[in-house]
Design a binder for this molecule. Structure first.
Ligand code: C2E
Ligand code: CA
Ligand code: CA
Ligand code: CA
Length: 277
């Protein structure tokens, strides 16, 4: 970076102060985004691999902001986590997702569940279970229709603490999925301890499965372990019929991905739900 002729340090300092300025601008924008109602959720169906019936819809955060609308959402989440905004944003996501799902149920669009991604920063807070309870109470959604997605990496950080929180969540009646499974290199046997309902196979394995026998072996191992644990399996990132058919043969229970549907705004998904028999 510091190599633009002269001593180069001016350029270097300029680059740093530009970065700091951008950080400050982004911080400012994110801190106001909730209030300005710039966040919204999109929804992606998770379907039964044999009946194609929608079992759940995963809520995914989106942010429309003049200057930052195009930032990839993992960057936004990471920034919100680092700056301490994720708790408030996450609580809003939880409430909004529950509200929307209950509205669909009340409209007679089927008794699907809603899957909500939970950041490690939310899960670690002592009042997290209370916040889940509040989101359920405010929306009147029955707990069995709320599924919390916790990444493998999150679950493995301070394992005992996470285990205790998960047990409380289970007592509340909500469902738990382990997201991005297979990427954390944790011992598979560890997961027999967790009170989980679903393992979600990370999309990187699904993407590679038809060309890479290692990816296929990993998927096969995860599915077999899940069967032994009596845990359901969702494959994410399913983009083609070929992937789906192979996964069906391998015993996968649920799939999610562009082959079924991209994440959609609520009203678009509603149209889809209304067309279903
Ligand atoms: P994730 O939870 O693993 O979500 C799945 C991501 O894969 C989504 O990206 C989705 O749009 C994308 N996807 C779905 N189907 C396909 C497919 O067939 N092929 C490919 N290549 N991709 C597919 P998105 O929405 O950009 O989210 C990225 C990540 O950001 C999420 O990964 C999750 O870790 C995080 N995230 C998104 N929304 C939230 C949220 O509300 N809260 C938290 N804490 N994290 C969120
Ligand atoms: Ca997820
Ligand atoms: Ca209530
Ligand atoms: Ca995932």
């Amino acid at each position: 970076v510091k190599n633009s002729g002269g001593n180069g340090y001016e350029f270097y300092n300029e680059a740093i102060s530009k970065m700091i300025k951008e950080e400050e601008e982004l911080d400012d924008a994110i801190s106001k985004a909730l209030e300005k109602e710039e966040f919204y959720l999109v929804y992606q169906p998770i379907v039964d691999i044999t009946t194609s019936e929608i079992i759940s819809n995963e809520a995914l955060l989106r942010w429309d902001n003049e200057s930052y609308g195009r930032l990839p959402i993992p960057v936004v989440i990471e920034f919100a986590e680092r700056k301490g905004y994720i708790e408030d944003i996450g609580f809003w996501i939880l409430k909004e997702a529950c509200r929307q799902n209950k509205a669909w149920q009340d409209e007679g669009l089927g008794l699907t569940a809603i899957s909500v991604n939970i950041s490690v920063h939310q899960l670690e807070k002592p009042d997290f279970v209370d916040k889940v309870k509040i989101a359920l109470e405010l929306s009147n959604l029955a707990p069995e229709y709320l599924e919390l997605e916790i990444t493998e990496t999150t679950a493995m950080e301070n394992v005992n603490e996470k285990l205790a929180t998960m047990l409380k969540l289970k007592r509340l009646g909500v469902k738990i999925s382990i997201d991005d499974f297979g990427t954390g290199y944790s011992s598979l046997s560890y997961f027999t301890k967790f009170p989980i309902d679903t393992l979600k196979i990370d999309k990187s394995f699904v993407r590679d499965m038809l060309e890479d026998s290692n990816a296929m072996t990993i998927i096969d191992t995860i599915i077999n372990m899940a069967k032994a644990m009596d845990v359901a399996i969702t494959a994410e990132g399913v983009e083609t019929l070929e992937h789906m058919e192979k996964l069906k043969i391998m015993g996968c229970d649920k799939i999610q991905g562009y082959y079924i549907s991209k994440p959609q705004k609520a009203y678009v998904l509603e149209q889809m739900l209304k067309k279903l028999p």
